[in-house]
Design a protein around this ligand. Structure first.
Ligand code: ATP
Ligand code: DG2
Length: 459
């Protein structure tokens, strides 16, 4: 049986009161809707009386007024809680609400776990299915390639080393049709093995292969198609993957988002990744604040020039602090870490990192891994350009060093093996930009411990 939908309406004084009243009556006349209250969010053009009492009487529902000229985001949230609201219905419009204000309302409403609707839109909080029978965490992000897999690898290795026995469940747009277990803890995942997988038609650079190779733990690969503005996916088999995660030999599950899509599984704690390289409005506007508010720990990635200036990093940190004051924030950069010894070798380095940081990464590799980088390509995700770049340098290289992403297997690994090169894969390690931030490893262990406490307290 369908439950009654308790609504909170957003109204304004730019509408003539009888018009708003008709809209509320129309909603209330529907059997499944109960308008439990209204928030007067501003506007005086057609306002004849500005008392909460008169408005409440005329509209037939409790009304609260904005106390100042800005949109009363806090009153909307407090009324949602007070009246146990299911849906916020927007009966206002320009000029009181513009797009940025509506997104801000949407983030506040979705954060309360309810829907925000207007005449031609409906936003819903991301699905969170309650499946897990062991402690779990989520790693989600505000965009594509901002380092979820890199951080997930760092987290899994760290907690594995500390005997928490994690497994990782990843979903990707190249993931398998049935959730697939990869025993990273047992399998020897070599370049030849990955190439064999790729030749069977599998996306062998998919996130769960990367996780398994980089972290040497059990991973479960899932797929997803599409991603909504607030992080919902159109299709995924991650629910099945979560059930599998309950059964496998591990004590803690790490769910990894894909792009800006959020794993649809209810977990005990969440880490939100924010890319300092992203346009600032993607972080501070649209559904960036929603994702940031979901995090119990916020890791800012790519915090260096040319992706982000000091000023931009400070602005993002300040914004995060304002909207999610309880979550620790740690600003980081990534540095490459080859999985095998490449000292003394002539290396061709393939990455998806932007051209602008290439020189920094090359210097870092040469200094820390005593190799000679004789050529690089940042075209790992563009097969024709990658092939062209590889041809230029392959004759002089001993080793193909590549991230395990995009065309790393079907092009980089394949062509390198054919040319007689050794293939070594390369991880990306998050490193805090200075020591004013909380210690990354300790903060992650604290988060994992509180996820375990949270799980234990719910049993
Ligand atoms: N110093 C750096 N500066 C900028 N980008 C870097 C740097 N080092 C590595 N990168 C890039 O950061 C990205 C991290 O990718 P990763 O797969 O971890 O992100 P993701 O958020 O999991 O991506 P997806 O959305 O595909 O799941 C890679 O493209 C990598 O090349
Ligand atoms: O298909 C996958 O597993 C990932 C990784 O793809 P590549 O990095 O290998 O392209 O794609 P996602 O949908 O998360 O962007």
């Amino acid at each position: 049986m369908k439950a009654i939908n308790k609504m909170l309406c957003l109204v304004d004084g730019e509408h003539y009161l009888p018009v708003t009243q008709q809209a509320i009556d129309t909603l209330n006349n529907l059997e499944h809707i109960d308008v439990a209250g209204a928030v007067f969010i501003g506007g005086t053009e057609k306002l004849r009386d500005d008392s909460e009492e008169t408005y409440s009487q005329k509209l037939g529902v409790p009304v609260q007024f904005a106390e100042d000229k800005d949109i009363p985001y806090d009153i909307i949230v407090s009324m949602i809680r007070q009246y146990n609201i299911d849906t916020v219905m927007d009966l206002s419009d320009e000029p009181i609400l513009d797009y940025p204000k509506r997104f801000k309302i949407a983030c506040s409403v979705l954060n309360e776990g309810i829907s925000y609707e207007g005449p031609d839109f409906k936003f819903e909080p991301v699905s969170q299915y309650d499946i897990m029978k062991k402690p779990s965490i989520t790693i989600l992000g505000t965009g594509k390639r901002i380092g979820k897999t890199a951080v997930s690898g760092f987290v899994s290795r760290l907690i594995d080393k500390n005997n928490y026995e994690p497994c990782v469940i990843a979903m990707g747009r190249g993931g398998p049709s049935e959730p697939e277990i990869v025993h990273g803890e047992e399998l020897e995942i070599t370049s030849k093995f990955l190439l064999e997988q790729s030749e069977k038609g599998i996306h062998a650079a998919s996130d769960h292969w990367e996780d398994a190779l980089m972290s040497r733990i059990l991973t479960i690969g899932c797929r997803r198609c599409g991603g909504g503005m607030a992080g919902e996916v159109f299709l995924t088999n991650m629910k099945k993957g979560a059930k599998l995660a309950n059964e496998v030999d591990s004590k803690l599950a790490i769910f990894e988002g894909s792009g800006a899509a959020i794993p649809p599984i209810k977990t005990d704690k969440k880490i939100t990744l924010v890319g300092a390289n992203q346009p600032i409005e993607t972080v501070t506007g649209y559904f960036g604040p929603y994702r940031i508010s979901l995090g119990d720990l916020i890791i800012l990635t790519m915090c260096e020039e040319p992706m982000a200036s000091k000023d931009k990093i400070a602005k993002i940190e300040e914004f995060i602090q304002e909207i999610n004051p309880d979550a620790p924030i740690i600003s980081t950069v990534f540095r490459p870490k080859p999985l095998e010894d490449i000292s003394g070798k002539n290396v061709l380095f393939a990455t998806t990192a932007p051209e602008g940081v290439k020189d920094k990464l090359v210097q870092y590799l040469e200094k820390n891994y005593k190799c000679k980088i004789i050529g690089t390509t940042s075209h790992l995700s563009n097969r024709p350009l990658l092939r062209e770049d590889m041809k230029k340098y392959m004759d002089n290289a001993d080793v193909m060093l590549s991230e395990l992403k995009a065309a790393a297997v079907d092009v980089a690994t394949k062509d390198a093996i054919n040319a007689g090169l050794d293939v070594v894969y390369c991880d990306n390690i998050p490193i805090p930009i200075n020591d004013t931030y909380p210690d990354l490893s300790k903060t992650i262990i604290n988060l994992v411990n509180s996820a375990i406490d949270n799980f234990d307290n719910q049993i």
